[in-house]
Design a protein around this ligand. Structure first.
Ligand SMILES: NC(=O)c1ccc[n+]([C@@H]2O[C@H](COP(=O)([O-])OP(=O)(O)OC[C@H]3O[C@@H](n4cnc5c(N)ncnc54)[C@H](OP(=O)(O)O)[C@@H]3O)[C@@H](O)[C@H]2O)c1
Length: 227
């Protein structure tokens, strides 16, 4: 039975990832900030271990890694993310909030990777995937604004490019995947993609990943996205 470690598993795409992987027979190490309040997560049937983890707390990441030292983690899925302040026009930047968004969206996936690399390397599938955003694509930015979120995801993409090179000798494949404009708290009610379809698409992309894909940027339907 393969094992996935998922961050931000209590709602949105993380909850749906947990549902689908558990239904597919995977063991899921489902992390979230507040397990006590994670009613929907705790109601999912299957082999699921719920663990507390605020990914902005790097000491906590180290602690969870020590707790899970003996696990073979086939898929590290860095899903947790924040959009940051919704005032995102030029001149409106909240620099303290930007630092917090950067810590969660960009630094935490690298810290997770540093802390869990051995567990991933000892697994069969050896996959590390982060949920990025098309808003982090420099070449497709034709509408400006969103300095905070865009830059956090563009930097996350760069983190993964380096990981794909540095972790190749361990046999680890990494990728960043855009979930589409998905109907979650973050995506909002006008979003066009059902989280079920987003997650099933992403799972298909993940399932097809091989070493030649490492460091690449995909849409949830498998189409490549330009940096
Ligand atoms: N929805 C979209 O249209 C869309 C588009 C592009 C990319 N994405 C990306 O997809 C991923 C999932 O987004 P979503 O749409 O599912 O958003 P969401 O519904 O807002 O859920 C975000 C999840 O991240 C968790 N999270 C936030 N900060 C955290 C922290 N410091 N530590 C641990 N968990 C934390 C939240 O936990 P709490 O409940 O504790 O806050 C929640 O579980 C994110 O990386 C997002 O940037 C989403």
């Amino acid at each position: 039975m393969p094992t996935a470690l998922i961050t931000g598993a209590n709602r949105g795409l993380g909850l749906e990832f947990t549902r689908q992987y558990a239904a597919d027979g995977w063991k899921v190490l489902a992390t979230c900030r507040d397990p006590e309040a994670a009613t929907a997560l705790k109601s999912i049937k299957g082999e699921i271990q719920v663990l507390p983890l605020d990914v902005a707390d790097f000491l906590a990441i180290e602690t969870v890694s020590r707790i899970l030292a003996k696990e073979k983690i086939d898929l590290l899925l860095n899903n947790a993310g924040v959009i940051g302040p919704l005032q995102w026009a030029f001149g409106d930047t909240d620099y303290n909030a930007w630092a917090e968004v950067f810590r969660i969206n960009t630094q935490a996936p690298l810290k997770m990777t540093e802390c869990f690399v051995d567990q991933v390397a000892s697994s069969d599938k050896k996959l590390i995937v982060s949920i990025t955003s098309r808003l982090g694509s420099i070449s497709s930015n034709d509408s400006g604004e969103q300095y905070t979120y865009r830059s956090s995801k563009a930097a996350l993409n760069m983190v993964h490019k380096s990981l794909s090179i540095d972790l190749a000798e361990k046999g680890i494949t990494t990728a960043v995947i855009h979930p589409g404009w998905a109907k979650t708290d973050m995506g909002g009610a006008n979003a066009t993609v059902d989280p079920v379809d987003s997650v099933s698409g992403i799972r298909k992309v993940i399932d097809g990943l091989n070493s030649a894909d490492s460091g690449k940027f995909f849409n949830y339907d498998g189409a490549p996205i330009d940096w």
